[in-house]
Design a protein around this ligand. Structure first.
Ligand SMILES: [Zn+2]
Length: 350
């Protein structure tokens, strides 16, 4: 007599990985994981220890779905779940899977322009992004707290608004490129993100409209990373509208000495400042710019009140060399794929 398959319930669960090992009927390593489902489902019982796909334990399914990247989740799970059963659909919507929506492997096909619209994105890459956003935001049920975009993924105003409305609990946004986003688009999104605590953004020439909006709407906002030059205007805007900022990272970029002084003097609650691998420019900016080889005593003295002051100005450091080669405007595409994700501040790394 074949043994009756045992169905685990949530109240009788053991460690999910141990269950994974026991589930010999499922080939998790198969790149065609979803492709084998129809055949597997036809064979109701392929061995005395096998179970039906729809009988898989919820926690095991969640663990499996957590192994997939966004393409697997949106093309595989999104399509298969609608055909399998409510158990799968429920697992595919589990908040554990959707805490972070990581789109850092998705890039736009684009051409940049010096004036408006600043960037042209081709239709197919826009369609792909819209499809991925629609499926993932629908499965996430508003549970996304971290949202990560690639530095070459150019989100449109409509896509951003659609995302903001469906991520009401967002705490961390990494969006290094917003050439297509207008003032109204980003401000509308910020208004929807009351819980926002951390932002990675490009350097922008007119920061007050955005920083003021963050100051007004996001009461727990504490961490900022600027991927681009930090000029005096940016620093004074931070001091004016984000006086409670605790962590600031301006790595691999240009930083003006006056801007650094404003940050150290006026951001009284700042605890961590990362200016690693930056090109430090003397102030007032003169032409040709005078690059400073080291931090002077007055800056080091002011920085002593910080919990962490992270710096690197080292001729033998490869990252410092790259910043100098690129004249403080990093061309991330030239380097390792994940190089842009690094940060000496752990909470700002990806
Ligand atoms: Zn360095």
């Amino acid at each position: 007599m074949p043994r009756k398959p045992r169905i685990e319930t949530r109240s009788r669960r053991s460690k999910p990985y141990e269950k994974l090992k026991r589930n010999k009927g499922f080939n998790l390593m198969s790149s065609n994981f979803f492709g084998v489902i129809p055949q597997a489902m036809e064979k109701e019982d392929i061995g005395s220890h096998s179970r039906k796909w729809e009988e898989m334990d919820h926690d095991v399914l969640v663990k499996i779905f957590q192994c997939f990247d966004i393409f697997g989740l949106t093309s595989g799970i999104g399509q298969v779940c609608s055909k399998v059963c409510s158990t799968w659909r429920l697992a595919a919507c589990d908040p554990l899977i959707w805490k972070t929506l990581d789109l850092s492997m998705l890039k736009s096909n684009f051409i940049k322009t010096p004036s408006e619209p600043y960037v042209y994105v081709d239709g197919p890459s826009d369609k792909t992004l819209t499809r991925v956003l629609k499926i993932s935001l629908s499965l996430s049920h508003g549970n996304i707290t971290t949202l990560i975009f690639h530095y070459n993924l150019f989100v449109s105003d409509d896509q951003l608004t659609y995302t903001a409305e469906r991520c009401p609990r967002l705490k961390r946004l990494v969006m290094p490129a917003w050439n297509r986003i207008k003032k109204t688009g980003i401000c509308k999104a910020i208004c929807a993100w009351k819980d926002l605590e951390s932002l990675t953004m490009p350097s922008i020439s007119n920061p007050p409209y955005l920083i003021e909006e963050i100051g007004k709407n996001c009461k727990n906002f504490a961490e900022l990373k600027i991927m681009g030059p930090c000029h005096i205007f940016f620093a004074s805007t931070l001091a004016a509208f984000l006086p409670n900022l605790k962590v600031l990272s301006i790595r691999c970029s240009i930083i003006f000495k006056d801007a650094l002084n404003i940050i150290l003097d006026d951001l009284k609650k700042l605890e961590v400042l990362n200016i690693s691998h930056c090109v430090l420019i003397d102030s007032p900016p003169t032409l040709p710019r005078r690059v400073l080889g080291e931090l002077d005593e007055s800056i080091l003295k002011k920085a002593k009140r910080l919990r962490k002051f992270i710096t690197c100005m080292n001729d033998s450091c490869i990252t410092c060399k790259r910043t100098r080669q690129d004249e403080g405007l990093m061309r991330w595409y030239k380097y390792e794929a994940d190089f842009w994700k690094v940060d000496e501040v752990k909470s700002l790394a990806i």
